[in-house]
Each structure stands twice: as structure tokens, then as C-alpha cells.
Design a protein around this ligand. Structure first.
Ligand code: PHE
Ligand code: ZN
Length: 849
């Protein structure tokens, strides 16, 4: 049983808080184990919420004293907060509490990381700092005073007076407590400035630990690009005199959008060519944009309650995806996003953890920062934009910002601005927010007398708590090609609203080849019977880059499924199609690299399971190896030429074009390594002057079970760099051959640099193993057992990260009886752990179902 009693919170129980807050003053006297927090809160009764007892959240706080209007009180304290008798009119509540940041290993509330103080308050961490109505609909202006001998003292808003050991900060924008932040440390600033469109100067700083100052320039550039883009595309300007970013080594998530003081996992902001891969650069740029964009979508307009989390996260992910597309390549970004969506969200939506984009109940809100809320939440906005069109989307967003600035809003508010702008009724559309599960969309085509008819059917399988699903509004982007590859019908959006629906195209001279669900216009699983010939045709000719890639992906999947279920040989049409893609000099190298990549083991496992076949992880691994080997042999003559042609000269640039060439080189190197025993990879490793190529080469070697010399020299070279060492850990557990994966991971956990309390390091080593599908699911159960041992150990220190990583077991239903039995046994072992956290208990209970 969990230590804190489990209580389910329901959306339908929402009630306003009893009071408004007219201002908050906080003083922090920082000390590692005895930090004093003094608060002064100006409360005023909320006439719409009468008769409610006055309750403030508070957890793990040592109350020193409390006063109301200057009179000492003795409030009633419980495990979750404080109640007190309060005057009927406005009053001032004051409290002094003591907390211990140094012993806070959960990394929620005020904690320490390498000698620096920092906070993480979303979702419900502020209650670990002081007594407060810790809910997003209670917004207030904050004045903060920080007292500490450390040189850099930061909080939200604009700086006030500061003196030796004292700094004051005033945040003029009312905000909920989850956006509060404080940082104190011996930090160095990388500074710059930005002038907004209306001519306001904003000071920009990225604060890092000494030694990291040479890794800030890229992040600063990304921040400025984000600020410009949000002005240009959404008309949103920044609203304070200063914008600070701080890099922290110990952080549960990627980054946090605290008002004017974004706090980042150092892995999501620090970048240099020597230590960061191209993928790291792109991700850092995207996350900096994401957190910056939250200033409007999240902070200025926040969420009424945590059920509305997708209001800020879905929209902000959608915005950061648009940004990255604009900075780099629309086609490549869309393909990347769909790969992520299928890998994480579809898996979630088709397993025991499936939940609606807007859930209706939770035990621990931290467990709902999910791919469904974030990534499906973004897809839902993409569909809305497709349905109403770009112009109306823009008008609706303008209305949203105008109408709701300063509000704690709901999904109903969000949909209403679209209804008011367009006159559409979005009742059916809103089911995308309330019903979980991935719709299956099947289609058949029929041609006669110049008319082509597409017959669609949709159905969504049941999900936990939702046995029956209604038809959704599905925007299906369709184009038609004729047999010589010309587009005879440009992309149009078919708006499907029924369970079964047909659409006709008239006036065609020949039977067309349809390109369906272009740009992945809806987050559904498209089931379409098609010939190898037709898929190869679309891979060669589709004018929609997503569907061009998708045709290749479908071919790869069909080949693998046939190998696994019918003992079929490798499909040579697929190999020829790949060769054609590689030879096509008009294609973007980044696209070619994506076309060469095969579906993941997990993707194949889910595909088989959906088709009623029990996946064998080892067989999947072997089939992928066989297919890769065949591809390498088939493309043998082409590979050296492509490798050489994509060589990038000159100083390193992280921009899309050179990064795309390196991606293609890396994909080709993987194939070459299967033929030459790793000679070329060793040469690339030795010559590499950037992390992208160094890591690519090392990964290629590990995949063919070589590279021990390089692993050792990598370790020597990078022993002092935490972020690079995370890669060293992750690569080994992630790429270990299946039979050895658990043993290799176990050895890694005994390495002197395995600091298990650091979430990045823990995720690198153990997350590497859970991502190594055949290794994690090795028949002897060693992977399951090792991961479970470590989850149980971590839970006592860090419930959030433990709960998140327990999702590795959420696919147990797919597998054979022996694996199921072993996974259930481990889940039950976690569940039975004394004092298990509420976070992890909720997760394993839901996973067991
Ligand atoms: N709100 C953060 C983001 O999406 C994520 C986060 C959630 C970070 C909870 C920390 C804790 O940008
Ligand atoms: Zn976010």
C-alpha cells in the first residue's frame, strides 16, 4: 500500500476556491537543511464560493508560526494541509515554515542540485514550500525576497532592489503557484538582449554552472528565434523586462515554464558541437521554444484545474512543432513527430494506461504528463486547424488571447472561440478530448465510369473505463495520382463524421492511385489493403512527403510481418524501392535517412498484436537484423558513393541541411558496418570532430557487437562531462545484444559514475534497457527483474521518475504466457513494496488493470 492514502480526484467535482488573493509576499532564508519560508498572503472572500472551510495545501512542512491579521493562531494541521477559522471579510494570513532542500530527493518543491537551490512546483510542488491554495485557478502577484550568501539569487518577474546576500523580485503578472520559481547558486550568466516589436528591451540570461558557459550560445540563439517567431506568427510579445533560463543537472522532466524564470534539465539547454548530436540541437531548440511559448499559452492563459492540462500542453506542443517546422523542414518534422506519436502515444492509447486527452479522474496528477495529453493534445489542435482552415485558426487564436488573457481557462473555453469564430458546432469534435483510444480507419476504393469512390469505416477499440466509442470527426486529407505519377486531384480534406462514409471523385479518365491521410491528417491507424506495387509507386511518386515516407514504412512493415508470420523471404520489391530512394538526387538527405530507417521492434510487436499474433521479441529482433543485412547487401554498390557524397566540410553547423547529410551518412554507415566488420565506422570514429559523428560511429560498432576499444576511449575522453557520459551509459544498455542486455546494464549500475539519484543517469542506464525491446523482454526475465529492483530502490527517493519509468511494463498483455507471468510477478512485487509512493502505486495498479 502507498504511504499516502489514495484519493481519486474527479473533474466533475470542481469547485472554486473560497478566497481570492490580492498579493503574496515571500521571504526565503536559504539553508540546506533549515530553510525558513515566511509568507504573507492577502485573502479576500470569493462571493461565488461561500460556506467553504478555509483550507491551505501543505506537505512535509514544519510550521513555526501562523498569524491572521497579526494575531497568532493555532491552525489544524493534517498530512495534506491546514485548516483555520478565518474572518468573514478580507484578511492577511502569515506563516513561517521550515523545510530541508538538501534532503529533498524527489526534486519537487525546493531542492538542491550540485550546491544550487532550485524549485519545481508544477503540478503540486508549491505545497512543499509553504501553506498555500496550490491550485492553478488561484492566481496572485508575488513579491519575493531571497536571503543567501550565494552570488546569484533569482525568482520570477522583474528584479527589485538587491544588496549583499539579498535579492528582491516582483512579478506583476498574476500567476498560479505552480509557476513560482526560485534559484540560488554560484552561477555564470550568458547574457544577451532582445527588443520586442513594440520596442521594449528585454534582458536575456542563461545561467549555468561554471564550466558550462561555452554551451549556452546555441540556446540563446534559439530563444531569440522563438521570441521573433511568436511575434510574427501568433502576434505574441514578451511581457517582462527580463527572461532568465537556468540549467539544472537534477531534474525530473525536460524543462519548466516558470514565469520569467524557465528552469531546464541541463540536457535540454546545454549544447556544443563536440558534446551534442544534431538530434540534441534540434530538441534543445524545440524545448526552449516550447517553454518560451508557454508564456502566453500556459502562463498568461493558464488552466482552471489539472484536468485541463492539454489546454496548455497540447497547444504549446503544437506551437513548438510549427516553430521547428519553420526553422527546419516541414516534411521531416512531420515524419519525426508521427514516429514519436506512434511510438509513445499509440502504445499508451492501446494499452492499460489509455486515457482521454482530457482525463476525468486521477490519483496523482504527475502521472498524467503523458504522450496522450501532450502529443495527442497537439494532434487534436492540428485537426482543428485543418478543419477550419489557416485563416480561421488565426482568428480563433486572436480571440482566445483577447478573451482569456489572465484567465484560468477550460477546454470548453478553447472550443468556444472556434465555434464563435467559425459558426461551427464542435460538439462531436470535442469527443477527441473525452474519448480515449486510437480510431482504426479502414478504406476501400472503387472505380467505374470515371468516378472514384472511397469507402471509409471507423471504429475505436474499448479502453479502460470506456467500453463504447462514438464516431469521431476525422479530417482525411486525400490526393489522387494517375498512373504516370501526375497529381490529378490536389489534396482536399474529407470530413468524416459517421461510422461509415463514402466520398466520390468524378470526371477521372483512368483509375487513380489514392494518397490517403496525407501529412497524417488525423491520429488514427489507417488500415488499407494495398499491393506492394502500389506502395512502391507511392514511395516513388507521391507528392505528399509524409505519405511518400509512409508508403516505404508500410512496405517495411509488411515485409517484416510476412517474414515473421509466414516465413517469407525478404521482399525484393522493397529493396528495389529503397535503392530508388537512395539514387534520387532530388530528395532531401534527411528524408532519405528517414526512408532507410526501419520500424522499431516495439512498433512491430504492436502491429503483430493488433493482427492477433503474439509477438516474439527475439524473432522480431532477428527479422530486423536479417532485413538490415539484406538491405546492406542489396545496396552494397551504392553505399560508399552516398556516404562520400554526403560528407560535410567546414566548421560544424547544426542547421537542417548539414544535419540531414550527417543523418544520411549515419544511416548508410550502419549498413556499411554490416558488410565491412566496422572498418569504416572505426575510421569515422577516429576522425570525428563532433558528437554526431562520434556517437554514430560508436553506435554502428555496438550494433554489430564491436567497439569495445572505442567505448573505453570514449569514457576516458568524456569522463568529466555528465551529459556525454549519459550517452555512454544509454548506448550500452540500449544497443546491447538481447541476451547480454540485462547483464551489461547491471554492470553499468555498478560503475562508479552511476549516480542513481540523478534522473538523467538513471534514465540513461535503465531506460536504455527498457528501450532495448528484445533485451528487456529476454525470455529468462533478467531484464524485468533488474528494472524492477531499481524501480523499487528509486521509488523511495524519487516517485515521479519511478512512476514514469514503470510504464515499461505497460505492454505486458501483448506477450506470451511466460512473459506475461513474469511481468505480472514483477509488477506485483512493486505494488507490494512497503511505503510505495502514491505515484508508482497508481501506475502499477492501472498497468495491472
Ligand atoms: N510544464 C512542463 C512543460 O511542458 C513540463 C513539466 C511538468 C516539468 C511537470 C516539470 C514538472 O514544459
Ligand atoms: Zn509544456
Amino acid at each position: 500500500m502507498p504511504s499516502t492514502t489514495e484519493q481519486t480526484i474527479y473533474l466533475s467535482d470542481y469547485k472554486e476556491f473560497s478566497h481570492f488573493i490580492d498579493g503574496v509576499e515571500l521571504t526565503f532564508q536559504l539553508s540546506p537543511t533549515k530553510t525558513r519560508v515566511k509568507s504573507k498572503i492577502h485573502f479576500r472572500p470569493n462571493p461565488k464560493a461561500p460556506e467553504q472551510a478555509f483550507f491551505l495545501h501543505g506537505e512535509h512542512l514544519k510550521l513555526i508560526s501562523a498569524h491572521i491579521d497579526g494575531v497568532k493562531i493555532s491552525p489544524t494541521l493534517t498530512e495534506t494541509g491546514l485548516t483555520a477559522e478565518v474572518p468573514t471579510g478580507p484578511f492577511i494570513f502569515e506563516a513561517e515554515v521550515e523545510i530541508s532542500p538538501e534532503t529533498n530527493t524527489a526534486l519537487e518543491g525546493l531542492y538542491m542540485s550540485n550546491g544550487m537551490y532550485c524549485t519545481q512546483c508544477e503540478a503540486e510542488g508549491f505545497r512543499k514550500i509553504t501553506y498555500y491554495p496550490d491550485r492553478p485557478d488561484v492566481m496572485a502577484t508575488f513579491k519575493v525576497r531571497v536571503e543567501s550568501a550565494l552570488p546569484v539569487l533569482l525568482s520570477n518577474g522583474n528584479p527589485g532592489t538587491s544588496d549583499e546576500g539579498i535579492a528582491e523580485w516582483h512579478d506583476p503578472w498574476p500567476k498560479p503557484a505552480y509557476l513560482f520559481a526560485l534559484v540560488a547558486g554560484d552561477l555564470i550568466a550568458h547574457s544577451d538582449s532582445f527588443t520586442t516589436k513594440s520596442g521594449k528591451d528585454v534582458a536575456l540570461n542563461i545561467y549555468v554552472r561554471p564550466g558550462d558557459e561555452d554551451k549556452c550560445a546555441f540556446g540563446m540563439g534559439a530563444l531569440k528565434r522563438s521570441m521573433t517567431w511568436d511575434e510574427d506568427v501568433y502576434g505574441r510579445e514578451y511581457d517582462l523586462d527580463i527572461f532568465n533560463i537556468v540549467a539544472v543537472d537534477d531534474f525530473n522532466m525536460g524543462a519548466m515554464e516558470n514565469k520569467g524564470l524557465n528552469i531546464f534539465n541541463s540536457s535540454c539547454v546545454l549544447a556544443s558541437p563536440e558534446t551534442s548530436t544534431d538530434a540534441n540541437f534540434e530538441r534543445i531548440e524545440g524545448i526552449i521554444a516550447h517553454e518560451y511559448f508557454h508564456n502566453w499559452t500556459g502562463n498568461r492563459i493558464t488552466c482552471r484545474d489539472w484536468f485541463q492540462l492539454c489546454l496548455k500542453e497540447g497547444l504549446t506542443v503544437f506551437r513548438d512543432q510549427q516553430f521547428t517546422s519553420d526553422m527546419r523542414s516541414h516534411a521531416v518534422k512531420r515524419i519525426d513527430d508521427v514516429i514519436t506519436l506512434r511510438g509513445r502515444q499509440f502504445r499508451e492509447d492501446n494499452g492499460p494506461l489509455a486515457h482521454p486527452v482530457r482525463p476525468e479522474s486521477f490519483v496523482e496528477i504527475n502521472n498524467f504528463y503523458t504522450a496522450t495529453v501532450y502529443d495527442k493534445g497537439a494532434e487534436v489542435i492540428g485537426m482543428l486547424k485543418r478543419l477550419v482552415g489557416d485563416e480561421d485558426y488565426k482568428r480563433a487564436l486572436d480571440l482566445y488571447f483577447e478573451r482569456h488573457d489572465g484567465d484560468a481557462a477550460t477546454i470548453e473555453d478553447w472550443l468556444k472561440v472556434f465555434e464563435d469564430t467559425t459558426g461551427r458546432d464542435l460538439t462531436q469534435f470535442s469527443k477527441w478530448y473525452s474519448q480515449a483510444g486510437t480510431p482504426r480507419l479502414s478504406v476501400a476504393g472503387e472505380f467505374s465510369d470515371g468516378t472514384y469512390i472511397l469507402h471509409f469505416k471507423q471504429a475505436t477499440p474499448p479502453t479502460p473505463g470506456q467500453p463504447v466509442k462514438d464516431p469521431r470527426v476525422i479530417p482525411i486529407a486525400v490526393g489522387l495520382l494517375n498512373p504516370n505519377g501526375d497529381e490529378v486531384r490536389e489534396t482536399c480534406i474529407l470530413e468524416m463524421t459517421e461510422a461509415e462514409q463514402s466520398f466520390r471523385f468524378t470526371g477521372l479518365s483512368t483509375k487513380p492511385i489514392p494518397s490517403i491521410l496525407r501529412a497524417f491528417s488525423a491520429p488514427v491507424i489507417l488500415e488499407r489493403q494495398s499491393s506492394t506495387k502500389e506502395r512502391a509507386f507511392l514511395l516513388a511518386h507521391d507528392t505528399d512527403p509524409f505519405n511518400k515516407w509512409e508508403a516505404g514504412r508500410a512496405l517495411a512493415k509488411e515485409t517484416l510481418v510476412a517474414m515473421l508470420t509466414a516465413d517469407a523471404p525478404v521482399n525484393s520489391d522493397f529493396l528495389d524501392a529503397l535503392a530508388a530512394v537512395l539514387r534520387d538526387e532530388n530528395l532531401d538527405p534527411a528524408f532519405q535517412a528517414l526512408a532507410l530507417a526501419l520500424p522499431s521492434q516495439d512498433d512491430i510487436a504492436q502491429t503483430l498484436f493488433d493482427a492477433g499474433v503474439t509477438p516474439d521479441p527475439m524473432a522480431i529482433y532477428t527479422a530486423l537484423e536479417t532485413l538490415s543485412q539484406s538491405i546492406a547487401q542489396h545496396l552494397q554498390d551504392l553505399l560508399p558513393r552516398i556516404y562520400a557524397a554526403n560528407h560535410v566540410d567546414g566548421p560544424f553547423s547544426s542547421e537542417a541541411a548539414p544535419a540531414g547529410k550527417r543523418a544520411l551518412q549515419g544511416a548508410v554507415l550502419g549498413l556499411i558496418s554490416r558488410l565491412d566488420g566496422g572498418d569504416q565506422a572505426r575510421a569515422q570514429y577516429a576522425a570525428a570532430d563532433n558528437m554526431t559523428q562520434q556517437l554514430q560511429a560508436l553506435a554502428c560498432l555496438l550494433r554489430i557487437d564491436r567497439g569495445q576499444t572505442e567505448l573505453a576511449s570514449f569514457e576516458t575522453q568524456w569522463a568529466q562531462d555528465r551529459l556525454v557520459m549519459d550517452k555512454w551509459f544509454g548506448l550500452q544498455s540500449g544497443l546491447a545484444a538481447p541476451q547480454k542486455a540485462a547483464a551489461i546494464t547491471e554492470t553499468l549500475t555498478k560503475h562508479a559514475a552511476f549516480d542513481w539519484k540523478n534522473p538523467n543517469r538513471f534514465r540513461a542506464a535503465l531506460g536504455g534497457l527498457t528501450g532495448n525491446t528484445a533485451g528487456f523482454h529476454a525470455a529468462d526475465g533478467a531484464g524485468y527483474k533488474l528494472v524492477t529492483d531499481w524501480l523499487i530502490k528509486l521509488d523511495a527517493a524519487n516517485p515521479q521518475t519511478t512512476a514514469r519509468m514503470s510504464t515499461a511494463f505497460d505492454s505486458w498483455r501483448r506477450y506470451d504466457a511466460s512473459r506475461q507471468g513474469q511481468m505480472i510477478e514483477q509488477l506485483k512485487r512493486i505494488q507490494a513494496t512497503p511505503n510505495l509512493s502514491r505515484d508508482t502505486h497508481e501506475m502499477v495498479t492501472r498497468i495491472l488493470g
